[in-house]
Design a protein around this ligand. Structure first.
Ligand code: AMP
Length: 225
């Protein structure tokens, strides 16, 4: 596993992490591991631990480092045949970053780079407040960037589109506060080790991915396909 590619994505809400994760997973043949998804899987099992996690998440708080690291470590053990992993939403604390280093070291590997998606707050506001979804399918549109053929109507089913409850300026400000409270410590941690790569995420998705690809190429990482 010495040559595996391990990346972490750091960025504020709506910085385009999810879209870039899809590109990276395909382009570099690595797994996409989201700790949010792993936690939601536990919640679905309706165990006491699941209820505890649900309670924490619903308050917008962070789940304990111990629980998150445990889930991640177990998930990593199940990975076979992939060229590495992309961590999404993780680490959120320096303690988790240290834990990740330990887990990777145990696999005779290490983090390749931490990608920071730098995006202006005004751009985030535009993305969040213009986003529309089709609830039944999860299809996402944007009033300006990706408008449906008919305003407010899903292209495929003709059903109405809605705004997500948390896609408001108020909730966004709260999520930004949570993000800002941990982002500085994490980015400093990786910057000190020379692992931080800052990408301009104000641009269109394809351009962001091009920049990311070029930056990775500079450190000797090329696409799988
Ligand atoms: P996400 O899907 O990344 O937005 O995560 C949803 C929620 O899961 C967060 O608001 C946290 O409560 C929890 N969570 C996800 N990842 C972590 C993590 N690395 N550390 C602590 N809590 C997390």
């Amino acid at each position: 596993m010495g040559e595996s590619l391990f990346l972490t994505f750091i960025g504020p809400p709506s910085c385009g992490k999810g879209t870039q994760a899809k590109f990276v997973r395909k382009g570099y043949n690595i797994e996409h591991l989201s700790t949010g998804d792993l936690l939601r899987e536990v919640i679905k099992k309706k165990t006491a631990k699941g209820r505890e996690i649900q309670n924490i998440i619903s308050q917008g708080k962070l789940v304990s480092d111990e629980i998150v690291l445990d889930l991640l470590e177990n998930k990593l053990k199940t990975l076979t045949g992939s060229a590495g992993a992309l961590f999404d939403g993780f680490p959120r604390t320096v303690n988790q970053a240290i834990g990740l280093d330990r887990v990777l070291k145990g696999r005779d590997s290490r983090l390749t780079a931490a990608i920071y998606f730098d995006v202006r707050f005004e751009e985030i506001v535009k993305r969040v407040t213009g986003r529309l979804i089709h609830p039944a399918s999860g299809r996402i549109y944007h009033k300006v960037y990706l408008p449906p053929k008919r305003p407010g109507i899903d292209d495929l089913t003709g059903e109405p589109l809605v705004q997500r409850k948390d896609d408001t300026l108020e909730v966004l400000e709260q999520r930004m506060e949570v993000f800002n409270s941990f982002a500085k410590a994490i980015t400093n941690y990786y910057e000190d080790q020379g692992l931080l790569i800052k990408v301009d995420a104000n641009k269109a998705p394809k351009e962001v991915f091009d920049e990311l690809t070029q930056r990775l190429a500079k450190i000797g990482i090329s696409k799988a396909f």
